[in-house]
Every structure is written in C-alpha cells, then in structure tokens.
Design a protein around this ligand. Structure first.
Ligand code: ADP
Ligand code: MG
Length: 138
C-alpha cells in the first residue's frame, strides 16, 4: 500500500553534516522524498510534536535536544514507506540497532539518535500534517 510518512533529521544530525548521508540512504532504498524543509523548533512546537511522551522521565531533555539546533523535516512516499523508513532508521537505542542502519552507524546516543520516523498510519497522518500542508507534498 502506498503510504506517506514523516521523517526528521534531528539537531545532532544536521550539526554533524549528515543530511546528505541520510538522504542518500533514503534514495538508495528507493523511497521518494515528497517534501523537505529546514527549520528550528520552538518549545511549543517541540512539546506538541512529542506530546505522547509527556509523562516520560526523558520528556524535558528530549524537548531540549530537539530545540538545540536546526532540523530537516521531510515526507517520504512509497509502498510501505512507514515500515521501510523505520527499518532504515534502526532501533531507538543505537547500541541495540542493527548494523547498517542510520542509528547504528551515525547516532550519538538513545536521546540524540539522529532521526525520527512515524510509527503507524495514524501517527504518520498527524505528523505529516504537523509540518506540511497538502499542497506542499509532491
Ligand atoms: P522512536 O524515535 O524510535 O520512535 P520513541 O517514540 O520511543 O522512539 O521515543 C521518541 C524519542 O525519545 C526517541 O527517538 C529518543 O530521542 C527519545 N527517547 C526514547 N527513549 C529514551 C530514553 N530511554 N532516554 C532518553 N531519550 C529517549
Ligand atoms: Mg516514536
């Protein structure tokens, strides 16, 4: 099934010049970049994005790390794009992620883990709409 999913290159990834490396992996995997933009999150936008994690002990620190610098938000489209992007990313904790995944190869630690990806159809819909209008997605 053709899907859209939201990806983010987090501040640690942008700061370490990894945009091209990450987009190159996306292209090699034959996912289509249907929208992309660089921006910096303010507190309200970062807290709103991660609202599901509000009760977690790491929430405050996660929000700070997402506000620490520029990010690149993007939409991927393709068959099973949600799962395929999660597979490219690897597990949340880079020390547990499979070799060859973005997080295993590039991430700093479990919090500054370089990339985000939507985890299901409903969250992908919400997250894509959180950053992009329909006429910005190609
Ligand atoms: P994922 O990004 O793989 O979907 P989660 O949705 O569980 O992971 O968590 C969202 C983000 O919160 C993670 O990408 C990571 O930046 C941060 N995070 C998750 N678990 C922890 C943790 N135990 N300690 C610190 N930060 C965490
Ligand atoms: Mg998640």
């Amino acid at each position: 099934m053709k899907e859209l999913t939201l990806g983010i290159i987090k501040p640690d990834g942008v700061r370490r010049n990894l945009i091209g490396n990450i987009f190159s992996r996306v292209e090699k995997a034959e996912l289509k970049i249907a929208a992309a933009r660089m921006l910096k999150l303010d507190r309200a936008k970062a807290e709103g994005f991660y609202a599901v994690h509000k009760a977690r002990p790491f929430f405050g620190s996660l929000v700070e790390s997402m506000m620490a610098g520029n990010i690149v938000v993007f939409v991927l489209s393709g068959d099973n794009a949600i799962t395929r992007w999660r597979e490219l990313m690897g597990a949340t904790d880079p020390s547990k992620a499979e070799k060859g995944t973005i997080r295993a190869d590039l991430a700093e630690n479990i919090e500054r883990n370089t990339v985000h990806g939507s985890d299901a159809l409903d969250t992908a819909k919400r997250e894509v709409a959180y950053f992009f209008k329909e006429d910005e997605i190609f």
